[in-house]
Design a protein around this ligand. Sequence first.
Ligand SMILES: [Zn+2]
Length: 431
Amino acid sequence: MGDPLAQLLQGTWIDPDSGQSTGVAISAIAIQKSLRGHEADCVAALGFGPRLAVVSDAITHEVLGARVEDALRSLARIESVRLPRGVHADMESVAAVRNATASADALIAVGSGTINDLTKFAAAKDGKPFAVFATAPSMNGYTSANAAITVGGHKKTLPATLASGVFIDLEVLARAPARMIRAGLGDSLCRATAQVDWLLSHHLLGTGYREAPFALLAQDESALFEAPERLLSGDPEALRALARTLVLSGIGMTICGGSYPASQGEHLISHYIDMRAPAGRAEYLHGEQVAVATLTMARIQEAMLEGPAPVLRATSVVEQDLRQHFGDQAGSACWNDYAPKRLDAAGAVRLSQRAASVWPAFRSRANAMHASSSRLESVMRRAGGPRNAADIGVGAAFYAGAVRHARFLRDRFTFLDVADDAGMLTGRFLA
Ligand SMILES: [Zn+2]
């Protein structure tokens, strides 16, 4: 079968949807037990030019940034860009990064979520190439061509530069904070729920669907889920499975030209929490929220897949309801996204008939790809990760509201829509 990651880099991976050989426009991905002493070779192979800016924050500079800068001095003139601790991925920070890297030919990020997002977005704005040295296995954005940037108080997913090189030193990852490692596991947990949601939309609405991103992940998922506690004890092979999963998940999104394979109902719930969490709540990582939301989605999917085809009703929600819940501006934006999937009486009859005719075929495909909520829950428990609303710093009532209202945030059609329109988004599914 071979290694899909190596094959993608060579352009010889066979895409199961098309049967054609496929690659990814990333020159190098190195996931090694240690990269110490090899940093300059990694970057030299990318042919970036004589002036490099290395972007880190106070913490990642100490963890790895200083070492990378020292190593790259044999190669290029280095601009050391050190952002303050706790920097946010917002437009102000983007401006600061662009300003500080103005004379550089290419940008090298040393960090994880925020530093990676800022650097690849700044690189895109200035049309420069970019590479990243990872400091934590906390999210799947190292190999995706978009960035989560806060614009005017709202987190947006914006086009960014795809990394030319992704360099992962497992000894460095082993020293990452436990919460960041658990967050990466959490962001990986949703493979099954996202796949089932995406397939639901395909069967009910006839939207596109691809097997390719999930085929990429199949080899590593069992290793990752079988011994999640090993991630926290620094086992390099466990960390390798997580790093590969995150890298391949990002490539799956890149191949599909969108986040569909890695972001469905569970990410909508997390997005709602980002938008509306009560002021004063401590900061939680994306993957921590996704872990909890994935368990919710898995329970909803399980219950509905066990039952008969759902009978859907017309939606009573109107724009004013969303403006009332989200505020005028955000409520109108939600309405624009939600309106295309809103069911009137005739639409509800049509979709119910469609569900009745496709349900047996959909169910058998979905059951084959589904991971049980109890299995996913045990993976997070064994890793010591978050499993319920309290674990991510929100109350039960807020979380129930997040599950009920998340579907209004995007036009993406998921089990949250079907469950709500079938009158099943109640009680035990909201916890
Ligand atoms: Zn995610």
